[in-house]
Design a binder for this molecule. Structure first.
Ligand code: F0G
Length: 345
């Protein structure tokens, strides 16, 4: 927030609640570029390296600071996990209470652990994210709690800083930005950031915004809400995106597109990132790379492509262990020779 203060709605009166989020690395991904098979530069924006392990921290520092400025004592959100972890951490840091509503059985273990330990009041509903969001939206209208989902405008203001960082690192905007889409807040925020920088003449071009959804939860691809969204990428298991109109506007304005990737394609990209690039992201994040590989024929030769990796792989250890092609070898005797032989020496 400090680095981009002139571009953000903060004043001297705003009590900045921060954990020093942002400034995440933009890492070259040669193995992914090689799969495209032409002269293309691919980089990943590894936002899993934020304080609570996801891009949500960028938005939450803004939303919580503004809530505190307005005198709020409690915040509320619905979440597939990452928002709840970020809301819980920043709310506690700002001396506020956090209430979170999650879909029972569909939040990755690490995210749940975070929300609990940070001290949020965590309730699991027998329903999905869309139902949870509908409840907390109404609650924020009738109870003294500030909503910090991405329908809160300050969330997007904070999240747009990732676009600034990409331009600052590359010297211009990329040709393509590939991004996983759930509630469609982040694709909207990135576009706001690129446009604002473009207006300020900090970049000469604007990227095509390529949004990727999981095939079982792809309302932007089918063109209508999905009543029973389903995907192993639980972070983007969303059927009624709250930022629908804005995401469609971004698609038109940037001449971008939406496409769906299957869970199998997501897992292939997830394993490729870890085993070839040394980058551990969560399954939903790998949708950006899976999507790029799916539409690779459309990438112009010479293009610079940035894939956004929204969350850290440690968030979801169950999926990593279950879907790794590499198996843990148990029961090895604690003897040097045995260990050396087992290692193939
Ligand atoms: N990637 C990850 C890791 C996410 O947690 C989310 C959203 C997205 C991508 C999609 O971003 O919603 O702005 O289009 N997670 C929300 C949550 C829904 O509750 O943590 P979006």
């Amino acid at each position: 927030m400090e680095a981009y203060r002139p571009y953000l709605p903060v004043t001297d009166q705003t009590p900045v609640v921060t954990l020093h989020e942002g400034n995440t690395p933009l890492i070259p991904a040669p193995a992914i570029a090689a799969q495209i098979g032409r002269q293309v530069k691919v980089l990943v924006k590894y936002d899993g390296l934020n304080p609570t392990g996801s891009f949500k921290d960028r938005g939450m520092t803004m939303a919580i600071s503004k809530a505190k400025e307005a005198g709020a004592q409690a915040v509320i959100c619905a979440s597939t996990g990452n928002t709840s972890a970020a809301a819980a951490a920043y709310a506690r840091r700002g001396g506020m209470k956090a209430f979170v509503l999650i879909p029972e059985g569909y939040v990755a273990l690490g995210k749940l652990a975070q929300a609990l330990l940070y001290g949020a009041e965590v309730l699991a509903i027998k329903g999905n994210f869309d139902q949870a969001l509908s409840i907390v939206r109404t609650m924020s209208e009738h109870y003294p709690v500030t909503l910090v989902n991405s329908v809160n405008p300050y969330r997007l203001e904070g999240q747009k800083t990732a676009a600034f960082e990409i331009v600052d690192a590359l010297g211009d905007a990329p040709d393509w930005l590939c991004i996983p889409v759930g509630n469609a807040g982040n694709i909207t925020a990135y576009w706001m950031g690129f446009c604002q920088y473009h207006q300020a003449q900090r970049c000469a071009k604007l990227p095509r915004m390529m949004g990727f959804q999981a095939a079982g939860a792809a309302p932007f691809v089918t063109g209508q809400p999905v009543e029973q969204p389903d995907t192993l990428a639980t972070a983007i298991r969303i059927g009624h995106p709250a930022n629908w109109d804005r995401a469609i506007a971004v698609q038109h304005a940037s001449q971008g597109s939406f496409a769906a990737v299957t869970d199998a394609e997501i897992l292939d990209a997830y394993r490729l990132l870890a085993s070839e690039e040394g980058i551990f992201c969560e399954p939903a994040s790998a949708a950006s790379v899976a999507g790029l590989l799916k539409v690779k024929e459309q990438v112009p030769t010479g293009a610079t492509v940035v894939c956004v990796l929204t969350g850290n792989g440690l968030k979801d250890p169950d999926t990593a262990i279950k879907h790794s092609q590499n198996q843990l070898r148990l029961g090895i005797e604690p003897v040097l020779d045995t260990v050396a032989r087992a290692m193939g020496f």
